[in-house]
Design a protein around this ligand. Structure first.
Ligand code: FRU
Length: 510
């Protein structure tokens, strides 16, 4: 008996040891190849648009389009993550599952402080999610009414959600693309305003209670860019020099300035009924190929914080990651600035990024007239994630090269002949998973100033460029076969660099 028991325990121990070894051999979560270390990505499986971003009870909620069974797009759920500082994220259980009305497409969330919905019980303030129910059966049958707007609410600060029994609350009048409601409280008229993407324009609706929606107006058939479908809009006020302007964000796919998906915006006025733009120019919030479906957090007061999906529908389903697919950008603080005769949005990484910045290496380099400034020794311990800041007294041509020992490189720079910034990933590693991935992407400079500055937020597989105080922004992803541990700045002219600073970024997953 004794020996039998001993043998059993021994074999149990051997089996346990094997299981542990097998687990050890798979990469730790968030340590796998190409995994962003300073940006949120789901531990596993597919994500696209950020959804329902709301700040409540000192917590930033980030919901997102999520398919928990595969690393390609599928029946959409709302995944959920939360953060106290916009930088460190914790992934939580799925918030919304598909149901008999369809998949859970994109939308927003608000704090219903006045309990206009009546969802609040015993003084608990409801968080309300307003999302698109996408009925795949209706779509297959060829009807035009398969996208409708619905509600869900949470009485525990966003942890658990109940769908409203009266869904859908806004029925489709017969518009194929009728989705992505972004809702805000319009205080002057004590009503909710919904900004909805309706194919090639925006439709505004209002409701006193988030349930009984009335159409207010339409905007955009003749304004802005129309290379594809209008999706994921946002509407909010921003002040400049004491004056309030209204910003209307409209995501567009395809038809972006560098191909595929991108975010345009309009600056104008909104009177509770109608949006009137200052002009019908096309403005791009981010010129790079990999910022899409970006919108802002609700309930953050006058601070406007923007976050986008860091991919492009041209290849989002094919990028070479294994356990997970796609991530989000660094949250960005938005403000307005007058430049080159226009009022433009300025984007800057949120100040909270400091929370993961390591010791800053600062180099004073008043006049840099050598052809190559090699900074590799400054970044070789930073595991290819850092914030690089440069400021120039006079802007001349420059090119920043991130490279590895495999001969792969990413080039980021400014071309004075065309007065444009660029990101060139034609030799940046894995490329052949989709024909549109390789490319050199450009952005017209939005500033006319003689001096200039540049911030690059570099993570394992992405770079975000903020030039001229954030007037020009570009985001691009890339997949090198070895980390880019070399960094150099090149110029052909006399480039006066006032200051160079490099701060490593700690992993948000440790
Ligand atoms: C934008 C989008 C939305 C839609 C969602 C579906 O990327 O197409 O319009 O709600 O993705 O996942």
């Amino acid at each position: 008996m004794k020996t039998k028991c001993g043998a059993f325990i021994l074999s149990l121990l051997i089996a346990l040891n094997c299981i542990c070894k097998a687990q050890d051999s798979s990469p730790k979560p968030y340590a796998d190849e190409h995994r962003p270390q300073a940006h949120f990505s789901p531990a596993q499986h597919w994500m696209n648009d950020p959804n329902g971003m709301v700040y409540y009870n000192h917590t930033y909620h980030l919901f997102f389009q999520y398919y928990p069974k595969d690393i390609v797009w599928g029946p959409m759920h709302w995944g959920h993550a939360e953060s106290k500082d916009l930088i460190h994220w914790k992934q939580l259980p799925i918030a919304l599952y598909p149901d008999s009305l369809g998949y859970i497409f994109s939308g927003s969330a608000v704090v219903d402080s006045n309990n206009t919905t009546g969802f609040g019980k015993n003084g608990k303030i409801p968080l309300v999610a307003i999302f698109t129910h996408h009925d795949p059966k209706g779509e297959k049958e060829g009807t035009d009414k398969f996208q409708n707007q619905s509600l869900a609410y949470s009485l525990d600060g966003g942890s658990t959600w109940t769908k409203y029994s009266g869904n859908p609350v806004l029925k489709n009048p017969g518009v194929r693309d009728f989705r992505d409601p972004k809702v805000m409280w319009y205080a002057p008229e004590k009503k909710w305003v919904m900004t909805l993407a309706t194919q090639d324009h925006i439709s505004f609706y209002s409701a006193p209670d988030l349930k009984n929606w009335k159409k207010e107006s339409e905007f955009g058939i003749k304004a802005g860019a129309h290379g594809g479908v209008w999706e994921c809009p946002d509407l909010f006020p921003l002040k400049m020099n004491g004056k309030t302007y209204w910003i209307l964000i409209v995501n567009l796919n395809p038809g972006g300035p560098n191909g595929g998906s991108a975010t345009q915006y309009f600056v104008g006025n909104f009177d509770g009924n109608k949006f009137s733009p200052l002009d019908s120019n096309t403005r791009w919030l981010d010129y790079g190929p990999d910022q899409y479906a970006g919108i802002t957090w609700s309930n953050t007061g006058s601070r406007k914080i923007f976050l986008g999906w860091m991919s492009n529908w041209q290849y989002a389903n094919q990028v070479p990651t294994k356990a997970w697919r796609n991530a989000v950008t660094i949250p960005r603080e938005l403000s307005l600035k007058q430049s080159k005769g226009q009022i433009l949005l300025v984007s800057k990484p949120v100040a909270e990024l400091k929370n993961i910045e390591e010791k800053t290496i600062s180099l004073k380099q008043p006049v840099f007239n050598r052809s190559l400034l090699d900074l590799s020794s400054k970044i070789n311990k930073l595991k290819s994630r850092y914030v690089l800041k440069l400021s120039f007294a006079t802007l001349k041509d420059y090119s920043i090269r991130l490279s590895n020992t495999k001969g792969e490189e990413l080039l980021i720079g400014y071309d004075p002949a065309k007065d444009e910034y660029y990101i060139d990933r034609t030799k940046a590693g894995k490329m052949d998973f989709q024909k549109n991935f390789s490319g050199r992407f450009t952005a017209p400079r939005q500033s006319a100033a003689k001096n200039s500055d540049l911030i690059l937020v570099v993570d394992k597989s992405s770079v975000e460029l903020f030039a001229d105080g954030g007037l020009t922004t570009m985001t691009a992803i890339y997949f090198p076969t070895e980390d880019f541990n070399n960094l150099a700045v090149k110029t052909t002219g006399k480039l006066a660099i006032n200051n160079i600073s490099i701060s490593g970024l700690k992993s948000i997953w440790k």
